[in-house]
Design a protein around this ligand. Structure first.
Ligand SMILES: Cc1cc2nc3c(=O)[nH]c(=O)nc-3n(C[C@H](O)[C@H](O)[C@H](O)COP(=O)(O)OP(=O)(O)OC[C@H]3O[C@@H](n4cnc5c(N)ncnc54)[C@H](O)[C@@H]3O)c2cc1C
Length: 752
């Protein structure tokens, strides 16, 4: 990451399609100092279209056909925002993503693919299985396999669409489903497949030889083809064909021509008659020169079929043009090939080649296609180690104003002089939604030298502070997690969250970029604080080399009601409300060794508030409680045993773990804080005997925004776990038992 180079320009990539993966890789190989990339994508694992039919046919595993955008974005030094764009404000240059603040850009590039057209056919949306978006189709596909296996008697699958996608999918679907039935000793002939196309023949964009070859293969496989069959309605029993015929079907797969998403036209981008973004031969929007588009979503002056092949080919030109456009240099033209080689598989390891008027077929073609596809994927899933140091030269991208603004950064003071400028701070505060609480006498709504709080009679104020460096590149999500982490202490004590003071360090940069970062992180914190009832009452911000953020949080509680670490009773059971593993996972992420879905899962877990869990534990008579954070599970357990003067026995196999944590630990990747936590191992009885266990290191794994660890009387545990799960803590589980004190030095025993 280019942490010490000020950000001058923002390039925002929307969609992790086939062209953008190239952009990311090439920017990773050769970053532009001062240019920040942000990737906003609906899916963290983006499917590679060329291998998709092979995946359906059962030849590949999930990870073999998906590009993991997590490590790729990290390699590119890009911020990765997980979300689905639903509009762009082209005047203000902001991308809208539900659930987070708008994302500003200097250059925008769109590569979001397409969806099947004609999904507006009555009933299609509810009853058919559209192949786009592909990720959702893959979920449907898993379900369809289960349905077929569980069914009895004839099962009819109809594929709607006679293009290459439809033909290939019909053959691959049949191949896999019949194989599944055979594997279970079932009769594979009870699966019936047919193909519906509104045209007079299949594969209309391919040559007669290809059509003839596929006609033969489909015939040999007993897949009936119905030309001139326009489907006009779908229901749970089948499809109505134009003209009145009804064809029964147990599953209808929708593979019609590519259709455009609606948000580009609604945002005001120039689109063609079908809604695809009109670009010139430089892949630049014809209406908005700061916007680029590639792949299926783009409409070129000289149109080509909607195919991943073209999206892939556009990648290098798009990369080059984004580089040139950001530096105001002339752009390069993209010249699509007239003919391209298509290799279409038949489900079994066999393929048909198509190019212009030429065609061929054979098993060798499949082997060749497989080799090409695997080589392509290798470029994205096996990334080079790291790029060389960047010598900052902002000449090309920074205009005179920017250079003047940046040159003053070098002379910025430390101490109070390092504060974010008062105008920036006050603009940010003015842009935050106003909040009020009667017991916050002076807060951000009437700022003064200090905030003032009232403590209601009979209550005490509990306070805690946390502050740490950003471990993800998304300031908004980081702000949400940091606030959640800080509030954990308040909830662990059984208190109600009342107020918070924020402290932020924002990377040096141009004023508007510093302001946006501060705004994003504060908005994130607020989006966590507000639902808990706490108000942000003030704070302090400064500039530094990297983003860091924290909060002092205040809570209120009746003096007698305080829940503490001491209080565990022998016989109580130990509950943990969230899975562990954030330390090792983010250590792996920093090295580009964690899968995107593991990191996404960890982030989702860190975003879960401990508020409701605390309420439930309290209602079920918890005798002691703490939140699991930097000291790791063991460190916090030891604190509880000391304060309670008890021992505990925990069950290593029962520990809930985040997906991927066991794999990253097995790969020897541990948090830099782990060695400090491991010093406490003497608190574990027979620690040496446990050290070879795969899960053992996770006892010391430091957690960010971890769950609550509590002791609960035995007779209340089942009801408590049931309630916790209903409240959304799906991993809440009993992990051990409180025992009478026997060993002061080694109070923790671990069962394996
Ligand atoms: C069954 C089938 C088989 C096919 N086989 C082949 C083949 O063998 N060879 C071939 O070349 N083509 C094939 N195609 C066509 C191919 O799938 C598409 O042409 C190709 O995927 C288009 O690539 P793209 O880069 O434009 O977008 P995509 O590959 O669709 O990628 C779009 C990306 O954008 C993200 N995204 C989408 N909307 C949003 C949003 N609003 N906000 C944020 N992110 C968003 C998605 O998560 C995804 O990461 C096939 C199509 C089908 C249906």
């Amino acid at each position: 990451m280019q942490t010490d180079i000020p950000v001058v320009k923002d390039i925002v990539l929307v969609g992790g399609g086939h062209a953008h993966v190239s952009v990311l890789r090439m920017f990773g190989m050769e970053p532009i100092p001062g240019v920040r990339l942000t990737l906003i994508t609906r899916d963290i694992h983006t499917p590679y279209s060329g291998m998709l039919p092979g995946y359906v046919a059962g030849h590949y595993r999930y990870d073999e056909v998906h590009i993991d955008l997590g490590p790729l974005a990290r390699f590119a030094g890009a911020r990765l925002y997980h979300g689905e764009v639903d509009g762009v404000d082209l005047d203000a240059r902001l991308v809208h993503v539900p659930g987070r603040p708008p994302v500003p850009y200097d250059l925008l590039s769109i590569n979001t693919g397409s969806r099947p057209r004609t999904l507006d056919v009555p009933g299609a949306l509810e009853h058919a299985l559209p192949v786009k978006p592909i990720d959702r189709w893959l979920q449907d596909w898993e379900m369809l396999q289960r349905r077929v296996v569980d069914s009895q008697g004839e099962f009819r699958v109809a594929v709607v669409g006679g293009g290459a996608g439809g033909v290939e999918l019909a053959l691959c679907t049949q191949h896999r489903l019949q194989a599944l039935l055979r594997e279970r000793g079932d009769d594979s002939s009870r699966l019936q497949c047919e193909l519906m196309t509104e045209g007079t023949e299949i594969l209309p964009t391919h040559n007669a030889g290809v059509r003839r070859r596929f006609g033969r293969v489909l015939d040999e496989r007993h897949i009936a083809v119905h030309p001139n069959s326009r489907v006009v309605r779908v229901d749970e029993k089948g499809m109505e064909i134009q003209g009145g015929d009804f064809r029964p079907a147990d599953a209808v797969l929708w593979v019609t021509n590519a259709g455009a998403p609606e948000w580009p036209v609604q945002s005001g981008l120039a689109v063609d008659g079908e809604g695809f973004i009109q670009v010139d031969c430089e892949l630049r929007s014809v209406s908005h020169p700061e916007v680029f588009a590639a792949g299926d979503v783009a409409s070129l002056p000289d149109p080509r079929p909607k195919s991943g092949v073209f999206a892939v080919r556009q990648g290098p030109v798009l990369t080059e043009n984004l580089r040139r456009a950001i530096a105001n240099r002339p752009l390069k033209s993209y010249r699509p090939q007239r003919n391209f080689l298509g290799l279409i598989s038949t489900g079994d390891p066999y393929a048909v080649a198509s190019r212009g008027n030429w065609s061929w077929e054979g098993r060798l073609l499949w082997t060749w296609k497989d080799w090409i596809d695997r080589r392509f994927m290798q470029r994205f899933n096996e990334l080079p180690e790291m790029v060389e140091d960047i010598v900052p030269d902002l000449g090309g991208i920074a205009d005179a104003d920017a250079i003047k603004e940046l040159s003053t950064l070098a002379m910025r003071c430390g101490g109070c002089g390092a504060k974010v400028g008062s105008t920036v701070l006050s603009r940010v505060i003015n842009r935050l939604p106003a909040q009020r609480r009667d017991d916050v006498l002076i807060g951000l709504d009437s700022p003064d030298d200090a905030a003032a709080f009232e403590i209601p009679p009979g209550k005490v104020m509990v306070q805690s502070v946390d502050y740490f460096r950003a471990f993800i590149d998304d300031p908004y999500t980081f702000g949400r997690i940091a606030a959640n982490h800080a509030l954990g202490d308040i909830f662990a004590m059984g208190a109600e969250a009342q107020s918070a003071l924020a402290i932020a360090t924002v990377p040096y940069g141009r004023e508007r970029i510093v302001e946006q970062t501060l705004l994003d992180v504060m908005n994130g914190a607020l989006d966590t604080l507000v639902p808990t009832g706490a108000v942000l009452a003030g704070g302090h911000s400064s500039e530094g080399a990297e983003l860091a953020f924290g909060l002092t949080v205040n809570g209120l509680i009746g003096k007698e009601a305080l829940l503490r670490k001491g209080g565990m009773q022998p016989g109580d059971l130990l509950l943990l409300t969230k899975p562990i593993g954030t330390g090792t996972l983010f250590a792996a992420d920093m090295r580009g060794k964690a899968k995107g879905r593991w990191i996404d899962g960890a982030i989702q877990s860190m975003l879960v508030s401990n508020k409701d869990a605390a309420g439930s534990l309290y209602r079920h008579g918890a005798t002691a409680c703490t939140d699991v954070t930097g000291f790791g599970l063991l460190g916090h357990l030891v604190e509880m045993t000391r304060a309670s003067e008890c021992d505990v026995e925990i069950d290593l196999e029962a520990l809930p773990l985040l997906d991927g944590a066991e794999q990253t630990v097995a790969a020897g990747i541990l948090s830099s804080l782990q060695p400090q936590n491991v010093r406490l191992r003497r608190a574990v009885r027979d620690a040496d005997a446990l050290s070879g266990h795969a899960r053992y290191p996770l006892l010391f794994d430091p957690q960010t925004a971890g769950g609550l660890l509590a002791s609960v009387p035995t007779d209340r545990v089942a009801a408590c776990i049931e309630e916790l799960r209903k409240l959304g803590y799906s991993h809440a589980v009993q992990i051990g038992t409180v025992k009478p004190r026997t060993d002061l030095d080694a109070p923790v025993s671990v069962r394996v």
